[in-house]
Design a protein around this ligand. Structure first.
Ligand code: 1PR
Length: 583
């Protein structure tokens, strides 16, 4: 419920109790900025804190901050967008969710004349919450895109994770924090996982240790959050970290006393394996958008009418899976290869509605490619992706178009920079781009039988074949292509994919377990996270895939839709078997 309607944007009694006394002392003009006179603040400030419903948001237009907006509104606050430097200087509390690349963020902030105001605001110890790049910005400089200066409020540098020892970069997923005592807004995080997605991180040092409120271990220790006085910033995404993330935002936005719901004590110690619910979506024969599920990609009933299987409504199911503990929700628009996704407004609506109440990452795929509509208007894949991001997606997933791009790249050895994959990862970062692979198993007697990378299979083929290669397909499995899953995975990693969603047509919908041979082959070949998909039928199958392969996540559809196995049972089983998951 929106709690704000009775308060105007410029309410004169609009400071949260987290407002600093320091604010009065530290406010100086040493950056050459003119400040508006201080509003009178005294005991009435604390009394007014519950009524202050306006949050100033710095959205510099470089990407999707819809989830942050949704989370703020979900918590009952209104948003005032920063248009001018004065909006920053007049803010009572400011949230800055940095998105995109460091250099372009600084270019935009400098171009709009916002840098000085931000610097002043933070140096005056006024309530600030930076998210992701909003944390990195506080440091002296970042090495992303060469060396680029930040605000320099905190000593230290932001550098890329070192992947030379096989560390998977980007760092994607739910990780544990080491929280310093008395870290205020992080009070509910202790022993819980929070959601990270980034390739660069701030490095802890003697010089910045007074700022560090938590660290996270991934490869080595990096700064997960900083906090001093009223200035806070987090590398992870509270707006995507479920109840725990919402409680961080709530603590920043509200007075302590109004924070009622405390998440239960957790046991997080490292990066958790993710359990993902996938919703294959398409229009049924009546034109309604439904969640469907196939057997080996055939989604029609085996009846006379041959109708599309209808397993529920996308928004309802996604909300249910969020409540059940899904670490991510994926929507695949499975007829996107033939329909124009921007004409498919219901799918965009599904995303918009879902992102209002689901605070874990949302991925959407299907139909991401260049397209000319019936009126002859040409849309780039970047425009299609942008619309998905604007509607609430955190990541987009590319299927068929990534296969064509990889084939071209392997044929010419040249990265043209023009493929959808390259363009979208350049603009939104590779962590925002998933490549979905739809391979079929092809048994062979010897690796020499094909030019593609094969693997020895655990169970021989129908004619005693001991090997198999995995042929990639496009158009929802309808067309085989001259490229193997191994070659595709390596190529798309090179082209900028941040993650691989690895399906298997043979196992899809069968409930007999994941294709371990395939998942082992691919998860050993790339240094980006691999999501195992297709074939889950029981909690034991999740354990098997995590025990035997390097998959970072496992995805299922049918067993969740048919309510055969609840997500919580999968997680309990994994925990009992010693696999760390988010609870
Ligand atoms: O090619 O960029 O338009 O993307 C199309 C997307 O739609 C691809 O990601 C492709 O995998 C997906 N897709 C296309 N046709 C189908 C179909 O089923 N007819 N769905 C389809 C693929 C695969 C999984 C599924 C798992 C788990 N679905 O995501 O959810 O196999 O199922 P299970 O747990 O029930 O075994 P583009």
């Amino acid at each position: 419920m929106e709690a704000s309607s009775v308060f105007s944007l410029h309410s004169s009694v609009s400071f949260s109790s987290a407002q600093p006394l320091l604010f009065l002392r530290c406010r100086d003009g040493n950056l050459g900025l003119k400040f508006k006179p201080l509003r009178s603040r005294s005991l009435s400030v604390r009394a007014a804190s519950n009524g202050d419903s306006v949050v100033t948001l710095l959205d510099y237009g470089a990407g999707n901050v819809r989830s942050v907006r949704n989370a703020i509104r979900y918590l009952g606050f209104d948003i005032k967008d920063v248009q001018t430097p004065e909006d920053i200087l007049n803010a009572n509390r400011l949230i800055f969710p940095g998105v995109g690349a460091f250099a372009s963020m600084m270019d935009v902030l400098n171009g709009k004349g916002l840098t000085g105001a931000l610097q002043a605001y933070v140096k005056e110890d006024r309530p600030f919450l930076g998210i992701c790049l909003g944390l990195q910005l506080l440091f002296e400089h970042s090495t992303e895109n060469g060396q680029v200066n930040g605000l320099g409020v905190i000593p230290g540098v932001v550098d890329r994770f070192d992947s030379s020892n096989g560390l998977q970069v980007p760092h994607i997923g739910w990780n544990a924090l080491k929280v310093r005592e008395g870290s205020g807004i992080l009070d509910d995080v202790r022993n819980h996982h929070v959601y990270f997605v980034h390739s660069y991180r701030a490095v802890p040092s003697e010089d910045n240790k007074e700022w560090v409120s938590s660290t996270c271990s991934y490869g080595d220790d990096f700064i997960a959050s900083v906090g001093r006085g009223n200035v806070h910033a987090v590398q992870f995404h509270p707006e995507k970290s479920g109840d725990v993330g919402l409680s961080i935002l709530r603590r920043f936005l509200s007075s302590e006393s109004s924070v009622s719901k405390k998440p239960e004590e957790g046991k997080a110690s490292k990066l958790a394996k993710r359990v993902i619910a996938c919703l294959d979506v398409r229009a049924n024969d009546n034109g309604d958008l439904v969640v469907t599920k196939g057997d080996q990609y055939d989604v029609r009933e085996n009846t006379e009418g041959n109708e599309v299987r209808n397993l529920g409504k996308p928004v309802d199911l996604a909300g249910q899976y969020y409540k059940d503990g899904a670490d991510e929700v994926s929507f695949l628009n499975i007829t996107g290869f033939r329909d124009f996704p921007l004409g498919d407004l219901p799918m965009l609506q599904v995303l918009r509605y879902t992102s209002e109440n689901v605070f874990v990452p949302l991925t959407v795929g299907g139909g991401i490619r260049d397209f000319t509509d019936a009126n002859g208007r040409y849309y780039t894949s970047l425009e299609v992706a942008a619309e998905y991001f604007r509607s609430g997606a955190d990541k987009i997933s590319i299927g068929s178009d990534a296969v064509y791009a990889a084939e071209e790249y392997l044929r010419t050895g040249v990265k043209t920079g023009k493929s959808s994959l390259e363009q979208i990862s350049r603009v939104y970062g590779n962590q925002a781009v998933v490549v979905s692979i739809d391979p079929r198993r092809v048994y062979i007697h010897s690796p020499k039988d094909v030019k593609y990378r094969s693997t020895k299979v655990a169970k021989p083929g129908p004619n005693g074949e001991e090997y198999a290669w995995y042929q990639c397909t496009v158009k929802g499995g309808r067309e085989g292509r001259p490229i193997g899953a191994y070659e595709l995975a390596k190529a798309v990693e090179d082209l900028g994919a941040g993650e691989i969603l690895l399906n298997c047509i043979d196992c899809d919908g069968q409930g007999k377990g994941f294709d371990i041979d395939l998942i082992e082959l691919i998860s050993d070949a790339v240094s980006i996270p691999v999501i195992a998909s297709s074939g889950a039928g029981a909690p034991e199958h999740f354990f098997e895939v995590f025990r035997k392969t390097n998959a970072s996540a496992a995805l299922a559809a049918g067993i969740f839709h048919r309510k055969e196995v609840p997500i919580q049972s999968v997680k309990e089983h994994l925990l009992n078997e010693g696999i760390e998951v988010r609870v």
